[in-house]
Write a protein that binds this ligand. Sequence first.
Ligand SMILES: [Zn+2]
Ligand SMILES: [Zn+2]
Length: 338
Amino acid sequence: MKTVAITGTRKCELRNVPEPNVQGEFVKVKILSAPMCTEYKAYQNDGSSTNLGHEAAGEVAEIATSNLLEVGDRVVVMPTYACGRCGLCIRGDYIHCRNNVNALAFCGSETGTATYAQYCIKPDWLCLPVPDDISIDHAAMACCGLGPAFNAMVRMNVDAFDTVLVTGLGPVGLGAVVNAVVRGARVIAVESHPFRTNLALEIGAEAVLDPRDADVLDHVRDLTKGLGVDKAVDCAGVAASQRLVVDAVKRRGDVAFVAESGDLNVHISNDMIRKGITLHGIWHWNLADTPLMWDTVRRAAPLLDKQITHTFPMSRVKEAWDLQLTGECGKIILHPWE
Ligand SMILES: [Zn+2]
Ligand SMILES: [Zn+2]
């Protein structure tokens, strides 16, 4: 099968590698849609790798002993190789599992953990069947395109009475705008890139503020009768945006941190106790919310067609990465069989 390898700074190639093997509950998935995430950082910084990507949707191509899935089933592939047996896994919070399985050792396979590839392997219970009325590219948005922000909305109970602040409009932040708009919320976003600013406005954000503006917090307050937003999601992951979501949320509001990053200084009395705010650490969504995710994907369909700005055959991955480096894109999807 074909897979993508990064071979140096801004250098990559397609390689032929053996197809993966499966054992036990693991299934082999023929990847038809592989959304691109943050792998461009390795492409930009000589992170030589042949194990790229963690987002995929496709068709079950081979099973070992699974009785949950059949060959030909359309599925979206969830991230990680969680154990499936611990308390976190059993309650659907597999993303926080502490006992991840070594999939390659278990299956006796050299390949199968990358999604910039024609096949991958996954335990059957982490391959969620895709409803017939949802396209495979839209289904793949249940990964990082919509997923982390979806969980932020669920955990904060975002609804049509809320004003939501979204900082950082990369693919995950644009997904936060989509999720909030689908729930009927009013969205204020913060982003400096003109392409992404325009895209968020097209998707339905009411205002997009520039983080380089020294008065950005005042602008948020002006837009919320001086109170601050009901809920905020940080998708930028920089010190200024993290501080902004804490400062811009109203008293008794909720803040979700979706973007990976390091330290944040929070003043326990002024930020937490006096304001009574709740901070949420968000990674990916709970499996019990699968029906709600599919309803979100259905309602979001016209917005997803805006959020997915480009699709490329996997053979043109270099072009796709070079485009990601310009920021002139929303979510980009690779098609490994084109
Ligand atoms: Zn587990
Ligand atoms: Zn991702």
